[in-house]
Design a protein around this ligand. Sequence first.
Ligand code: ADP
Ligand code: MG
Length: 370
Amino acid sequence: MEAKASNGNAAANSLPITIRSVNKSYGAVVALKDIEIDIKSGEFMTLLGPSGSGKTTLLMVLAGFVRPESGSVKFGDEEVVAKAPHERGIGMMFQNYALFPHMSVSSNIAYPLKIRKWSKARIEAAVDEVLATVQLSGYQSRRISQLSGGQKQRVALARAIVFKPQILLMDEPLSALDKNLRETMQVELRSMHERLGLTTVLVTHDQREALTMSDRVAVLRNGEIAQIDTPAALYNAPKTAFIADFIGESTLLSVSIRDGAPYYRDQLLDVADSTTGQAPGLLVVRPEKLEVGNADQRRPDRNYFAGSLERVLFQGESSLAFVRLAGGELITVRRHLNEASNSDLPAVGSPIVLSLHKSESRVVSDDRGR
Ligand code: ADP
Ligand code: MG
């Protein structure tokens, strides 16, 4: 059923998406394996993963351009897996936004409405309304070739949402933009989402973009879901080394288990959480969670690591210190101090003690080689 244009709140028309046991192979390549995701109505869900992990294939399954070998996709209560793309009521936006460069802004935005055989008056009203939504009122007769990159992006978004879709799908929509514009557009897309409340699925390989924009992130790896969580939970409580490594910066220290307790070398660790059971694993150490300590004043509830300071890099708002631990690992420590305040660091080459609170100490399974 085609989404009806209405002046009501688009959020009222947004739908949850239920993905069950979806499988898709290309010859011997398994692109998607037993994918299960529940996306809530109005949720901003990001599919994140390295190149080739299956993100685009999954988005194309939602859009109807790829038919999975098995599984179910529901928009609300309706099974859509066998439906054609134009029957699904979705808006789409891609990296190469495929606007017609010599046509005007309004002709570009009107295109999906003409296909839907809307009347001229209704098209004009819808174009005006959506241009206000993307903050391009008054740009109706501009040629696409006369717009900046960010304005083109907003026209592409306007075209994707002008017919009031119940679901918005975006595949790397910002990756062609330079860094500053990309960050501005991330904020714009996010605030647009908050205004419209449209169920949104974004594909990106950029972990920072995923953390910035999403309500939740589904991390894909080799066609499988590695973890689905809020940005904060993915960062603070990764379930595996792959996630800890892929999202944010971390040093991973080998942990053995003796009599059920975790050890780094000969040192008993006090940890908040372990996902490995009795198997050896890795301690996730985020650079900004380490404190430079004092070996004479050990506090309870912290794990201490001794080493020597190898170098300090000034990076503007923070600096990064590299510490060689006794076990040979190079661990990084981020300090949000200005250069002058780094005077509390010992001289390069001197011994240094780092500490990590037990609530920040998590052991995860080592799945990096898989
Ligand atoms: P991503 O978007 O995460 O980079 P894709 O979904 O594009 O990943 O691809 C997942 C896997 O499926 C990759 O190994 C890719 O080479 C393969 N693949 C994707 N589309 C096709 C196709 N049309 N024919 C053959 N293999 C494909
Ligand atoms: Mg892709």
